[in-house]
Design a protein around this ligand. Structure first.
Ligand SMILES: Cc1cc2nc3c(=O)[nH]c(=O)nc-3n(C[C@H](O)[C@H](O)[C@H](O)COP(=O)(O)O)c2cc1C
Length: 175
C-alpha cells in the first residue's frame, strides 16, 4: 500500500510538459484508457461538463495548428485532445472551468503513467471560435478550454533541466 502511494506521488511530481515528439501511432486502447482517467475527474454536482474531440488526422491537426503560435508542436504530436466546456451541462462558470482543469490534469497524469508525453496549450484560446468551427461545434454550446498535444517523447531533444516551483512556505499559511 505504502509503495502504491509513493508511486502515485512520484507520478504527480515527475510529470512535466513535453514539447518534442517522435511521430508514432498511439493505439486506440491506450487513448481510451487516458480519456477514461479524465472521465473520473471530480465536477461540481457531478455535472461532467466536458466534451472532447480526439484528433489524429493530419489535415485536422493542421487546421488546429493554424490557430496557434505553437502550431509546430500541435502538428508534431501524433494526437491532439481538443477539450471543450459543454455549456449546457455546466451550471456555474467558475466551478465548470475548475472541473475541466481536473479533467485535463487527470488525462495529463494518465499520459505520463503510460510513458507518453503531453503539453497543455492554452495560447490557442485566443482563437477559440475558429477552433469550434473546425469541429462544427456551435460556440454558444461548446467553449474551447485547451488543446493537449500527446505523443511519444523525443528523449534526445527533451531537456532534463530542473523544473522550478515556488517553495511551500511562500504560498502557505498554517492555522
Ligand atoms: C492553463 C495552461 C495553459 C498553458 N498553455 C501553454 C501554451 O500555450 N504553450 C505551452 O508551451 N505551454 C503551456 N502550458 C504549460 C506550462 O507552460 C507548464 O505547465 C509550466 O511551465 C510548468 O511546467 P511543467 O508542466 O513542465 O511542470 C500551459 C499550462 C496551463 C496549465
Amino acid at each position: 500500500m505504502e509503495s502504491k502511494t509513493n508511486d502515485l506521488l512520484n507520478l504527480i511530481k515527475s510529470r512535466r510538459s513535453v514539447r518534442n515528439f517522435v511521430y508514432k501511432k498511439i493505439d486506440n486502447q491506450t487513448i481510451k484508457e487516458i480519456v477514461d482517467c479524465g472521465r473520473w475527474a471530480p465536477s461540481a454536482r457531478n455535472s461532467q461538463p466536458w466534451k472532447l474531440c480526439i484528433v489524429s488526422h493530419p489535415t485536422v491537426k493542421r487546421m488546429i495548428a493554424e490557430n496557434s503560435k505553437y502550431g509546430a508542436i500541435i502538428e508534431s504530436a501524433y494526437l491532439n485532445f481538443v477539450v471543450f466546456l459543454d455549456l449546457e451541462r455546466g451550471y456555474d462558470r467558475v466551478k465548470d472551468i475548475l472541473a475541466i482543469g481536473a479533467f485535463i490534469q487527470n488525462m495529463l497524469l494518465a499520459v505520463h503513467a503510460k510513458g507518453l508525453g503531453a503539453v497543455w496549450i492554452g495560447e490557442i484560446l485566443k482563437n477559440k471560435e475558429k477552433v469550434s468551427e473546425i469541429f462544427k461545434l456551435s460556440p454558444e454550446k461548446y467553449e474551447l478550454m485547451g488543446v493537449l498535444t500527446v505523443g511519444l517523447i523525443n528523449e534526445s531533444l527533451e531537456k532534463k533541466e530542473e523544473r522550478e516551483r515556488r517553495v511551500l512556505d511562500e504560498f502557505t499559511d498554517w492555522f
